[in-house]
Design a protein around this ligand. Structure first.
Ligand SMILES: Cc1cc2nc3c(=O)[nH]c(=O)nc-3n(C[C@H](O)[C@H](O)[C@H](O)COP(=O)(O)OP(=O)(O)OC[C@H]3O[C@@H](n4cnc5c(N)ncnc54)[C@H](O)[C@@H]3O)c2cc1C
Length: 399
């Protein structure tokens, strides 16, 4: 088969790759997207519980982690959440804000994938599936690709193969291998936006409460997230936990406040002052689920220590133990559930290797990296897609 020459080949037909294809096509570039999976955009389809949390009204560079926190600034300011919202509105996709600026489709995630594919089709960008790329070779005029669907030659090659999370959905380390092939540095990669696993007594505690969800403030390495926590059969999950998992490293403690916005010591003083004879656990159960309160008191040995005591009889030490248990609970997770359930990969292609303006590798002209394959990780809440749109669109202006 003769080699096909195009302006730009994009490997990976996910959020970033499709956005880049549409943007490059709008500039009149001939573009081919190659994906090894049997469908493109699988993570878009499964995202946001099937309703794709496609961006966040309040996205700023502060919502991203990276070895270089400044790297994401340029792209996020050139292609903002409002630009993507305008695109969503242009296609008549109905959406709503769920909470904390998180925008979701009213119907299905499919609306977002269809929108991207329509944008690609409009500009003649080709999108091919079931296409493994077997070899990449660089030469003076660009790159030669040997693929399952034939050979391509292009001056611009974009790597948009995402991270390692959910391998059964087609995630591979391909982008990292390409970076290594061309001598680019990688930062260590870890599963992130991922539930924690516990062991021993803590695991039994979580298992006994599996399914119980409650609002908390979770904190790790100075980052605090007021959202919900969910006990699971393996440990801890829920948005607050996924958020802190972005910052967590093995051995780090995680602190949880189960009474966000309240001051338990002050509440106990008030309860004492009003002279009520209600027991402490009854009072606490008005603030948190009863099963949780009982399990928590018992786990901390407080049930027996405080048995039979009226509120008035609690010592300062008792109050302090209660506050530690409910407002400053600290645990060291055993680990995470790993890439099988993680929403993203923290780390990736070192941003020092890539221009924050064009996304072209500094040492390899014509080679671009966009989206999650880079060492840029967003919070939970639409931030990761916003990064994919912004980096994809910006690279699309230069390929
Ligand atoms: C369950 C789940 C829910 C999520 N929900 C949200 C959400 O609601 N909001 C949000 O902002 N983020 C969410 N995310 C994160 C978001 O999906 C990713 O950050 C985003 O998709 C990254 O875009 P990308 O284009 O870089 O990579 P991807 O979208 O992962 O696309 C990579 C593409 O490359 C292809 N590919 C991989 N290897 C190869 C190879 N060797 N050859 C050819 N093609 C290859 C893959 O098949 C895939 O199509 C979620 C993630 C998961 C796992």
């Amino acid at each position: 088969m003769p080699i096909r020459e195009v302006d730009c080949v994009i490997i990976g037909g996910g959020a970033a790759g499709l956005m880049c294809a549409a943007a490059a096509g709008q500039r009149g570039r001939s573009v081919v997207v190659l994906d090894h999976a049997n469908k493109v955009g699988k993570k878009i389809l499964m995202s946001g519980g099937g309703r794709c949390n496609f961006t966040n009204l309040f996205a700023t560079p502060a919502n991203y982690l990276s070895g270089n926190p400044h790297f994401c600034k340029s792209a996020l300011s050139r292609y903002t959440q409002h630009d993507f919202i305008a695109l969503v509105e242009k296609h008549g996709v109905p959406y709503h804000e769920k909470t904390l600026g998180q925008l979701f489709c009213d119907r299905k995630s499919r609306d977002i994938l269809d929108l991207l594919l329509a944008e690609c089709a409009d500009v003649g960008a080709e999108v091919w599936t079931d296409c493994a790329v077997q070899r990449i070779r660089r030469h003076d005029a660009g790159f030669d690709l040997h693929t399952a669907l034939g050979d391509y030659r292009c001056p611009s090659l974009v790597i948009a193969t995402g991270g390692l999370s959910i391998p059964r959905m087609g995630a591979t380390g391909f982008g990292y291998q390409v970076a290594k092939q061309f001598g680019l540095k990688l930062t260590p990669r870890e599963a992130a936006l991922v539930p924690f696993t516990l062991k021993g007594r803590l695991l039994s505690l979580a298992q006994g409460l599996a399914g119980v969800a409650l609002p908390v403030i979770a904190e790790c390495r100075g980052q605090r997230f007021p959202e919900a926590l969910l006990f699971t059969h393996k440990g801890l999950s829920g948005p607050a936990i996924l958020q802190v998992s972005n910052y967590w490293h093995p051995g780090d403690p995680v602190q949880i406040d189960f009474l966000p916005g309240q001051d338990l010591a002050a509440l106990i003083s008030e309860w004492r002052a009003d002279g009520s004879r209600a027991e402490l656990s009854t009072r606490l159960s008005r603030l948190m689920p009863k099963g949780f309160v009982q399990a928590w008191l018992s786990h901390h040995g407080l049930e027996s220590a405080l048995a039979g005591k009226h509120l008035a009889d609690l010592s300062q030490a008792d109050v302090s133990r209660l506050c530690d248990a409910f407002q400053r609970w600290t645990c060291v997770p055993d680990g995470t559930e790993g890439y099988a359930t993680a929403e993203v990969t923290r780390g990736g292609v070192d941003t020092a290797e890539v221009s924050s303006k064009t996304f072209e590798a500094r040492s390899v002209p014509g080679l671009y990296f966009i989206g999650e394959v880079l060492d840029v990780t967003g919070w939970l809440g639409g931030y990761n897609f916003q990064w994919a749109w912004a980096s994809g669109w910006c690279a699309g202006q230069y390929v």
